[in-house]
Design a protein around this ligand. Structure first.
Ligand SMILES: Cc1ncc(COP(=O)(O)O)c(C=O)c1O
Length: 379
């Protein structure tokens, strides 16, 4: 028998979920749709654009659906090669929330910008502003840019206030760049806030910094068309601030253990659409079972282990690449070889990036199959 191709390894449509070969990355479609609708409703209520970050799933079909649900709001990518995949698959409105550096990459960026109806990229200093201007000028095109300001994450971004004004003036001096607005990504709040009140206060504090910067720019006669913010955890707090025009959450359709642990007041296990189904392959002792899902099917890049979706009496306690250790000491229902255990994934973005296929399930059967098209597209 020939070795099956990746396509042949996919479970057929309508297959019962309990027959899908494991380890498998599965999405509960009903939960996913409810999660998406929740953010769409929020965006409509607070009059902000919901432009979803598709780095989470890296699939153009899902990206199109998210954009359509949100009034054709476009998408966000994190890498140029993600943009390439999305453009090839017919997406026409993309924001690249990342600084692109190096002449070869900038040429790709300019080529992609010309293919799109609407495109903007991100800058935060002369070192990424001037080379972008040079390549745009070489090709005779004008590129829309968003200036990132650092409102507390201390990753990328120029300081708000005067330094942001100076940088905006530099952008506006470049004849082939068009200043469109600000990115103020406030992900630090996720690790600092513990209660809902703290999320609200810290997000407001971060957005106030954006607001002060906007006021400073406008006082100089510089129009600020857009203020983009937000990941899954913070969008629903920051998005209420009047300065914000757009939220960019990524993980919200799926959720994961990270989101569960950071916002227990907001979400619970039933909100987690993304799981990995595993099979018990060994039961070496009373207190231990081993499943076929280790770190090559469940990313553990953050200090969190997978959490069983449907039971609380067992714990995922250790991983090697193809093995997961399950502590069965407090197990009320015996675990045997061949049993299937479903885990909420620790970090959904990096977990999806480990799989060829996302399996969408509804009413106990396979309904959708999505290739992780931009898997490994990090350049
Ligand atoms: C700039 C930017 N915006 C939005 C997001 C999406 O955030 P989340 O994955 O928490 O939804 C990310 C994620 O890393 C990001 O880097």
């Amino acid at each position: 028998m020939p070795v099956p191709t990746t396509a042949e390894m996919q479970p057929p449509l309508h297959m019962p979920r309990n027959e899908i070969e494991t380890p498998a990355l599965v999405i509960d479609l009903e939960v996913m749709e409810t999660n998406i609708q929740g953010y769409v409703t929020f965006a409509e209520k607070h009059n902000v654009r919901l432009r979803s970050h598709v780095k989470t799933h890296k699939n153009a079909e899902l990206a199109k659906r998210q954009s359509e649900y949100a009034n054709n709001s476009g998408i966000v990518c994190q890498t140029l090669s993600e943009v390439e995949v999305m453009v090839k698959n017919g997406i026409d409105d993309i924001y690249l929330s990342y600084m692109v550096v190096g002449r070869k990459k900038l040429k790709r960026l300019v080529w992609l910008a010309q293919k799109l109806d609407r495109f903007a990229t991100t800058v935060d200093g002369p070192g990424n502003i001037k080379p972008l201007q040079d390549v745009a000028a070489d090709h005779g095109v004008k590129i829309d840019v968003i200036l990132e300001i650092d409102v507390g994450l201390h990753r990328t971004g120029v300081s708000p206030g005067e330094p942001a004004l100076t940088m905006t003036e530099l952008i506006r001096e470049q004849s082939n760049l068009n200043f469109r607005g600000l990115l103020s990504y406030e992900a630090h709040v996720k690790s600092e806030a513990e209660t809902q009140t703290e999320y609200e206060a810290y997000c407001t504090e971060a957005m106030d910094q954006a607001q002060n910067t906007v006021e400073l720019l406008e006082a100089e006669g510089i129009p600020v068309e857009e203020v983009k913010v937000g990941g899954t955890a913070t969008s629903k707090y920051s998005g209420k601030h009047p300065v914000v025009t757009e939220i960019n959450p990524g993980m919200y359709p799926f959720m994961d253990v990270g989101e569960l642990e950071h916002r227990p007041f907001d979400i619970d296990k039933s909100d987690c659409a993304a799981t990995v189904i595993s099979t018990v392959i060994s039961k070496p002792s009373e207190d231990r079972a081993i499943v076929d899902a280790g770190s090559k099917s469940l990313s553990m890049d953050k200090p969190q282990y997978p959490v069983p979706k449907h039971r609380d009496d067992i714990k995922y306690v250790n991983a090697s690449e193809e093995h997961g250790w399950i502590d069965t000491t407090e197990c009320s229902d015996p675990v045997d070889i061949g049993d299937r255990i479903e885990f909420i994934v620790p970090h959904v973005c990096t977990t999806i990036n480990l799989h060829d296929t996302i399996v969408g399930v509804r009413d106990g059967c396979v309904e959708e199959l999505w290739d992780v098209q931009a898997r490994g597209k990090v350049k």
